[in-house]
Ligand binder design. Sequence first.
Ligand code: AMP
Ligand code: MN
Ligand code: MN
Ligand code: MN
Length: 293
Amino acid sequence: MPAIDLHSHSRYSDGSLSPTELVALAAKAGVKALALTDHDSVSGVPEAQEAALEHGITLIPGVEISASWGVHNVHIIGLQVDIHHPVLVAGLAQQAGARARRAIAIAERLEALGMTGVYEGVLALARDPESISRTHFGQWLYTNGHVTTVQQGFDRYLGPRKPASVPMPWASLEDTVSWILQAGGVPVLAHPGRYPLSRTKMREMMTAFQDAGGLAIEVATATEKPDMVQYLAQLAQQRGLAASQGSDYHGKPAPWIALGRFPKLPKGCEPVWQRWGWAADAFSSEQAAPQLV
Ligand code: AMP
Ligand code: MN
Ligand code: MN
Ligand code: MN
């Protein structure tokens, strides 16, 4: 099992566990190095770092930033970022404000469809107005009997062009990559196979990402089909991009995903952690990654 998991969520976005619980579970699962990559937030990192010290594993400070590329939404992960860097902090504050406003707008749309107590309900789930995600809306729709699965919540109400969809002015792909670089981090294009894009468009987006300074793509993720993993590995090598790997663990919202469980990085990939100076064989030998100083 891969011991390095570079994509996970806590309660500070749409995961169900606290950072402490997440790190404890990762350690129990045999993960030696975990990146906490909450959506548009680094607020859980200090708590996760403290827990990682206790459990003797390495915590990589990370974030998964929502970005716009034309009309498309893409996710840009920042790994090994300085969570206190003012440019990153200001960028994330802007995103959080937009997220809080969007939650009110989504709730209004659902109430216009006859539902009641929507905003109060999702806020109770998310705890903080700035971390309300569509996942919370999906959960609320499910627990209140408006849909029979969370997926149906996206298919009927929350997905693109559905009645409660609110298009978001997320920061541009270029800006998000730039924030991460300025914060000393490595920008990683998250789950490239998951966007509703043709392969041609996906490669075009990858070019825009690289032109902006992007350095790696997520090659191995839990939900990726084997031929997509191979294809992404090939693209990464052709383009001189490093390869990342991770579960995208959320806990309860996606119970079929486990920490540390995802396909192996195909041979020939340059593991992304080499970009911040870890030993080249950290992955293949599955040894503990060195503690960062
Ligand atoms: P947001 O950043 O608030 O727009 O929410 C995006 C999150 O919703 C993603 O990170 C997923 O966790 C979740 N999500 C997106 N699409 C779906 C879907 N079709 N079914 C279930 N969860 C989804
Ligand atoms: Mn999510
Ligand atoms: Mn994502
Ligand atoms: Mn994610």
